[in-house]
Design a protein around this ligand. Structure first.
Ligand SMILES: [Zn+2]
Length: 65
């Protein structure tokens, strides 16, 4: 368990937030929703978005070039 510091959201993503996958429109949409929810102080929605993003990680195909 980690200490949760109470304070304003700093620039950048909190380390515990899953990163959206680049090039994925779903992840981008979720990340946008999450940012908006965070801006509105809606922590429960932020958590929802985090769950959805982390779940969306798995179905992503590996990057191919
Ligand atoms: Zn995605």
């Amino acid at each position: 368990m980690s200490n949760t510091m109470s304070g304003p959201v700093h620039l950048g993503l909190p380390p515990e937030w899953p990163q959206p996958v680049r090039g994925c429109r779903v992840c981008a949409a979720l990340a946008k929703q999450r940012a908006e929810a965070a801006g509105a102080g809606d922590q429960s929605k932020v958590s929802d978005c985090n769950v959805e993003i982390s779940r969306h990680m798995e179905p992503h195909p590996r990057r191919r070039r």
